[in-house]
Design a protein around this ligand. Structure first.
Ligand code: PLP
Length: 377
């Protein structure tokens, strides 16, 4: 397929063709753990044992690599398992620089797992390029970006941070879970490795846990990830690969609809008297709106947060009154969710107590607005 194919075309056709043996249009789910050798002992069809690779994993990995503009990808049993495959690159004495407000599960991996292995972990405010520069110093090994962030929807300048990191010889990783390749392609800004919690938008239906790591151009990096799939054994199962690949067929449709809904909701909330502040990169008043415009050509995402006046109790009471928005953690599914972040993040959370995070689904924006209107009364 031509490299210029648009997102919807890539979503439908990447690494997807009728199955040669039967003509089945949908890919079969290859529920086999082992594959037969030829009489000479070789494996001419490329598969030996399912931890090492399965046809369903091959097509999923090729599909996400095409969408992100990379040379290849590796699928894992969860987003955090994909993170671990990347963090395995770090040895004792290496320095990891990451945002203070990265996904809390990722920060736990950095500060507990990496630190215990002797990795120097520097958490910095990534909206401040001087702070990033100081944290990187002359010798960071990995610089970890997440943009937009969770739950404050801060935007990191991909091009600027990548330049700082590359000057120090560091590898740049970007968690692109919130934006998806439909809104933002970090590889286009020089990022070396893109991470996804496929559990969120790629899966899109709140029914499959998964993680993906996409490599922009370095073959040795891809080989490291593939070796880690075999060694750690946390590869994604065939049925889960199949679910994810099927969901990606509608990724652009879903995400574009969700982004349009999120923008309407953000505009409504920005005018609402019971809302102190709205965090959404698509609003002109967002502090990094210009950066978001430059690096998110496909949309500003479908996550937004709001601070409700009246503190923690008012926020919890608002969430208690919604009817369409389900009170649940996670994000990226077709159904809208509302979440009091501080109480799930625990006592160390830096999230304001009156903050509610919304994951906007594909429902009609007018219905979602009406639901919030009655809940905020
Ligand atoms: C959910 C999430 C993760 C972790 O992914 P799992 O699939 O839950 O392991 C990592 N980063 C971000 C931004 C997430 O939202």
């Amino acid at each position: 397929m031509s490299k210029q194919a648009g997102p919807n075309t890539l979503c439908v056709h990447s690494a997807h063709a009728p199955e040669p043996a039967t003509g089945a249009l949908a890919q079969p789910i290859y529920l086999t753990t082992t594959f037969e050798r030829d009489a000479d002992g070789s494996y001419p069809r490329g598969y030996r044992y399912s931890r090492e690779g399965t046809p369903n994993r091959t097509s999923l990995e090729a599909c996400i690599a095409a969408l992100e503009g990379g040379i290849g990808a590796a699928a894992f049993a969860s987003g955090l398992a994909a993170n671990m495959a990347v963090l395995e690159l770090l040895n004792a004495g290496d320095r990891l620089v990451a945002p203070l407000d990265a996904y809390y599960g990722s920060v736990k991996q950095f500060t507990e797992h990496c630190a215990r292995r002797g990795v120097a972990v520097e958490l910095a405010d990534f909206t401040d390029l001087t702070a990033v520069s100081n944290a990187v110093g002359g010798r960071a090994r990995v610089v970890w970006i997440e943009t937009p962030t969770n739950p404050l929807l801060d935007v990191t300048d991909l091009e600027a941070v990548t330049a700082i990191a590359h000057r120090a010889g560091a590898l740049v990783v970007c968690d692109n879970t919130f934006a998806t390749p439909i809104c933002q392609r970090p590889c286009d800004f020089g990022v070396d490795l893109v991470i996804h919690s496929g559990t969120k938008y790629l899966g899109g239906h709140s029914d499959v846990l998964s993680g993906l790591a996409v490599v922009r151009e370095e073959h040795a990096l891809l080989e490291h990830l593939q070796a880690w799939q075999r060694t750690a054994g946390a590869a994604l199962a065939p049925f889960d690969c199949w679910l994810l690949r099927r969901s990606i067929a509608t990724l652009a449709l879903r995400v574009r609809t969700q982004c349009a809904g999120a923008l309407q909701l953000a505009q409504f909330l920005a005018r609402h008297p019971a809302i102190e502040q709205v965090f959404y990169p698509g609003l002109p008043q967002h502090r990094a709106h210009a950066t978001a415009v430059a690096q998110m050509p496909g949309g500003f995402g479908a996550m937004l947060s709001m601070c409700v006046s009246g503190g923690r109790q008012a926020a919890l009471a608002t969430a208690a009154r919604t009817r369409l928005f389900a009170r649940a953690t996670s994000l990226g599914g077709v159904e809208s969710l509302i979440e009091h972040r501080a109480s799930i993040e625990g006592p160390e959370s830096r999230t304001p107590q009156n903050l509610l995070r919304l994951s906007v689904g594909i429902e009609e924006p007018a219905d979602l607005i009406a639901d919030l209107e009655q809940a905020l009364k």
